[in-house]
Structures are given as structure tokens and as C-alpha cells.
Design a binder for this molecule. Structure first.
Ligand code: GLC
Length: 567
């Protein structure tokens, strides 16, 4: 008997040790009943830190400002914030030129401020995602300063240096995405270095294992500080053809910067990118972290490559094809949503960010912009996938580009003026109230506050049940409380309707229908529910006079109806 007890004890001891070892190796990935991880059910929100909230009144937003708005974000329904680069930087590209990957720019605060932000966010269940600028550093980064110092310096091969083709001639015809040749001559060492973006953003040489190790370690460093993942900047551009073949010219003429039209055949989307993404993902998995990608893909097949085989690359490659449906067209959206639902990974939806004209203006007709802003919110916040909001979108912030070249802050707006006005318009200060500088700062804001702050601001909209903000809060609340919206399947219905986009989200025997009138005329629709096992829809959230009677719904112009399905 004693023997049996001792054998059982030994067996249990071994089981415990094995379980503990396994737990130490694989962190607990908290999943819901459908096996969904936290980032699949979360609502992400991009913060452009210069423009969000300024705590020290120097006219530029900062980390303490973000911390002071965490309650607002929580109340809005945000689960993860992606902060655009807040690392030390000469700010040539407003932070996308990093001179130290493991610190905070004094303009935004200190590492101690970051720690407070991280712990306050954690208390509220908000994850922090940082922006990892992987393709290039600043030309002021100590790595580049050393690289540039001589042909034999320790960091020479950390960047891409080449001889010119001939005197005064760059190594090949590649042009920078931000205008001009992608090569800059360095007279001191008599070679050119490569920069896909500005000359102040030299490309790192990812073929050098030392670069890879150093950059992977950056992610480990931040994971240990409590970061829940990264948005990987400009991943397409990590690798270049080592033979530097000229890019093909696609058509005659010149782009906004006066450069030839080139297909970036030899300097973007090289297969080697995926080796790096797999490596970064391995590190992320050790920390239960998520990798979001800035992935400008031409189609879903290309998007699938970023998920990787068996989903071993990015969990959330952004579907920018969705942002390119630049008209309120049910047919176009149906096509795009169906394509991304059939992709090999979890969909990631965005409608605005710091590089593109805000959705408010891209879809707005100038007359019904607020209704259309609600319509767009109802669309991408009820789809199957993870939505990434952009600050200010929830109050209907308008793109407000500079009116003269002298006022432009974004360098591409200066080089490309007037054809390319730059990205200032979508980066204006957050509109918190109708007071001085929209409550963003008591100093002079780095970009002017748009006149619309009088009508579109957090304080006033919070009190108005018809505001864009209250609508966002209501949709997000629904999303967080109705499992059909997070875990449910997606089925398009009424697919021949040219004006109304309708679909079902069904989880077990529980269903929600979403019907969106993309036209400026009232619409009546008989929802195709019967064939899908439901009889009628009961309103959960609708705009204006939109509503249902059985399976029949009426929608006001640009109206929204979200209903619970009954059998
Ligand atoms: C990404 C960023 C953009 C930046 C560029 C260079 O596209 O979103 O803002 O200018 O990369 O880092």
C-alpha cells in the first residue's frame, strides 16, 4: 500500500514539474470560449502623441497627457492604445526617425512617465502597443553616426552603403517614397547610403545578423517594461535586391515630387521580409504579445503572406484595401469584406490613420458628414475582426490641411506642394472642448486647431445623445457585450441591394443583423432572415428614424440599424 501511495505521489510530482516547465516555456494565452485571444476581441486606438493631450503646455502632446485621458479611453470602449513613435528623435518625420530605440523623447516625457502610463493603463485593462520603426533609424542614431564615420567603422555594414555608378551618379534609379533619389552621397567616405524615406532616415541593413539581433533585443526590452505588442512600421521596405537592379518605370511623366513613376520591384516586398517577421513573432509569442503590421498589400493573397504559413508572422496585418474603398458603395464593401473574411488570418480593419485623409472627409458628402461618420463606425466596428480607431475619429474630426506652403510642417508637404500637401491635415490637435485651443494645450499648439472644434469636441458631444461620440460609445458598448459581434460568423445578406449593405453576425444560436443605408434617400428593406434561421429583428441601436418591424426595416438617409435576431 505504502508503495502504491509513494508511486502515486511520485507520478503527481512529475506531472506538476512537467506542467510547471510547460507553463514557464509558453506563457498563458488567455482565450475566450471561441479560442480568441485578447487582441482579437480588443478595440485598438491609435494615438498620435504630438496631438493628443499636452500636459506641460509646450504646444506638443506628451505621455502624461495620454495618462490623463485613460479614463476617457476606457469609457469610450478602447482596450489597446497604439502610440505612434515617442522615442528620442530629431523629429524630421515626427518620430519616425528614431535616434534611440530604448528611451522616451524628452518632448514626450521620461521613461518614468512611460512606466506610470503603463501601470495606469494596466489598472484599466488597456494594453499598450508601441510603434517599432524597423526599416530605418534616424541619421542621428549612434549606429549611423558610427557607420558614417569611416568605411571601416564597426557599424559601417549596419546600413546600406554603395559606390556610385559613376561620378555624381547614384548606384541605381531607385527613388525615395518621399521624393528624390533614394541614395545620398557622403563626401567624407565617398559612398552613397540608401534611404527609402527621407535622407535623415537611412535604411538599416537587415541582412546583417548584428542588426537583427539588436532590433530583436529592442522588442524584448520593451516587453519587459510591460508593452503588449508592436505596430511594425513600413515592413514592406525592410529588404532590397543585393544586386541593386534598376526599378522598372511604369509610365511616362512625373509624380507629385517630380520623380519618374516606378514600380518598387527591387526594393519592397522582398521574400526575406518574412524571415524577419517569423523571428519577431517568436519573440512576441514568448510574451503573449501582438504584432500589428503596416502592410500595404495589393490583394488578399499578398495579405495572406503577412499572416504567414500557419499564422506564424503577423497576427494583425492591417487591411488597407478596406481604406481604398473610397466611396459609399455596398457592392465594393461586400466584395472587400468577403475577401478579407476568406483570408488565412484574423481581419484587421482601419478607416483612418496619421498618413491618410480622415474617413470623415473621404466618405463625407459635405452635407451629411456626421451621419456618414456614424455609418462608417457602425460598419467597421461590427465586422468580424479587430478594429483600429484613429484619435478624433470618434468625434468626427475633419482633415484640415494647411492653406499655404509656409504653414506646412510635414516635409513631404513642402517638397510636394501644391500637389502633395503632406499629412498635417490628419494630425491636428485632439478637440477636447470648445475652450482655448480646444482644451489640447494652453501653449500654442504645434499645428493649428481646426475651426470645427466649436461643434465637434469631446465635452459637448458627450452631452448630446445624437453626437458622433455617443454613437461610437454605443456601438463599442454593444461590441463589448454581444458575443455575436466578437465571436460570431459573418454572412452577407440582401447582396443584390445597391444602396443598403446588410450582414449577419451569428454566434451559436444568437444573431445580430447590421443594415447600413449608404445612400442619401430613405430605404426600405426586407431582410433575408428566413433562410438563415431567423424570423425577425429587434432594434439594439439605430440612427434617427431607422427601425424594424419584423423582418422589414426602414432606414433614413445614411441610416444605421443594428438588431438582435429572433427565431
Ligand atoms: C510609415 C509611417 C509614416 C512614416 C513612414 C516612414 O509609413 O506610418 O508616418 O512617415 O513610415 O517611417
Amino acid at each position: 500500500m505504502k508503495n502504491v501511495i509513494s508511486r502515486i505521489a511520485k507520478f503527481l510530482f512529475c506531472v506538476c514539474i512537467l506542467a510547471l516547465t510547460a507553463a514557464a516555456q509558453t506563457p498563458a494565452h488567455a482565450v475566450d470560449a471561441e479560442g480568441h485571444q485578447w487582441w482579437q476581441n480588443a478595440v485598438f486606438y491609435e494615438i498620435y502623441p504630438r496631438s493628443f493631450a499636452d500636459s506641460n503646455n509646450d504646444g506638443v502632446g506628451d505621455l502624461k497627457g495620454i495618462t490623463s485621458k485613460l479614463d476617457y479611453l476606457k469609457d469610450l470602449g478602447v482596450d489597446a492604445i497604439w502610440i505612434s513613435p515617442c522615442f528620442p528623435s530629431p523629429q524630421v518625420d515626427f518620430g519616425y526617425d528614431v535616434s534611440d530605440y530604448e528611451n522616451i523623447d524628452p518632448m514626450y516625457g521620461t521613461l518614468a512617465d512611460f512606466d506610470v502610463l503603463a501601470s495606469e493603463a494596466k489598472k484599466r485593462g488597456i494594453h499598450i502597443i508601441l510603434d517599432f520603426v524597423v526599416n530605418h533609424s534616424s541619421d542621428q542614431h549612434p549606429w549611423f553616426l558610427d557607420s558614417k564615420s569611416s568605411r571601416t567603422s564597426a557599424h559601417r555594414d549596419w546600413y546600406i552603403w554603395r559606390d556610385g555608378k559613376g561620378p555624381g551618379e547614384p548606384p541605381n534609379n531607385w527613388v525615395s517614397g518621399f521624393g528624390g533619389s533614394a541614395w545620398k552621397f557622403d563626401p567624407a567616405t565617398n559612398q552613397y547610403y540608401y534611404h527609402y524615406f527621407y535622407a535623415e532616415q537611412p535604411d538599416l541593413n537587415w541582412r546583417n545578423p548584428a542588426v537583427k539581433d539588436a532590433m530583436f533585443d529592442v522588442t524584448r526590452w520593451w516587453y519587459k517594461r510591460g508593452v503588449a505588442g508592436f505596430r511594425l512600421d513600413a515592413v514592406d521596405t525592410l529588404f532590397e535586391d543585393p544586386n541593386l537592379q534598376d526599378n522598372p518605370i511604369t509610365r511616362p511623366g512625373q509624380n507629385a515630387f517630380g520623380d519618374p513613376f516606378e514600380k518598387n520591384k527591387y526594393n519592397t516586398k522582398l521574400p526575406e521580409v518574412h524571415d524577419i517577421l517569423r523571428g519577431l513573432r517568436k519573440v512576441a509569442d514568448e510574451h503573449d504579445a501582438v504584432l500589428v503590421g503596416e502592410t500595404w498589400t495589393a490583394d488578399v493573397a499578398e495579405l495572406n503572406q503577412y499572416y504567414g504559413e500557419g499564422n506564424n508572422e503577423l497576427q494583425l496585418p492591417m487591411d488597407f484595401l478596406f481604406t481604398m474603398v473610397n466611396k459609399l458603395s455596398p457592392a465594393e464593401f461586400r466584395k472587400q469584406i468577403a475577401a478579407v473574411n476568406a483570408a488565412s488570418g484574423w481581419p484587421t480593419f482601419v478607416i483612418s490613420n496619421h498618413d491618410i485623409v480622415r474617413s470623415y472627409d473621404r466618405y463625407g458628402d459635405g452635407q451629411h458628414n456626421d451621419q456618414i461618420a456614424k455609418l462608417m463606425a457602425a460598419l467597421y466596428l461590427t465586422l468580424r475582426g479587430t478594429p483600429i480607431m484613429y484619435y478624433g475619429e470618434e468625434i468626427g474630426m475633419k482633415t484640415t490641411p494647411p492653406t499655404s506652403k509656409e504653414d506646412v510642417r510635414d516635409p513631404i508637404g513642402r517638397t510636394g506642394w501644391p500637389k502633395e500637401k503632406g499629412r498635417d491635415g490628419e494630425r491636428t490637435p485632439m478637440q477636447w472642448d470648445s475652450g482655448e485651443n480646444a482644451g489640447f494645450s494652453k501653449g500654442t499648439p504645434w499645428l493649428p486647431v481646426p475651426p470645427t472644434f466649436k461643434t465637434h469636441n469631446v465635452a459637448d458631444e458627450s452631452k448630446d445623445p445624437d453626437s458622433v461620440l455617443v454613437f461610437y460609445k454605443n456601438v463599442l458598448k454593444l461590441r463589448h457585450t454581444n458575443p455575436a459581434l466578437t465571436d460570431g460568423s459573418y454572412t452577407a445578406i440582401n447582396e443584390s441591394d445597391a444602396n443598403v449593405l446588410s450582414y449577419l453576425r451569428v454566434y451559436k444560436d444568437h444573431g445580430v443583423v447590421v443594415a447600413l443605408n449608404m445612400s442619401d434617400a430613405p430605404q426600405k428593406v426586407t431582410l433575408e432572415l428566413k433562410g438563415n434561421g431567423f424570423a425577425a429583428a429587434k432594434s439594439l441601436l439605430a440612427t434617427g428614424k431607422s427601425g424594424a418591424s419584423g423582418g422589414e426595416i426602414s432606414l433614413e438617409p445614411f441610416g444605421v440599424f443594428i438588431g438582435e435576431l429572433t427565431k
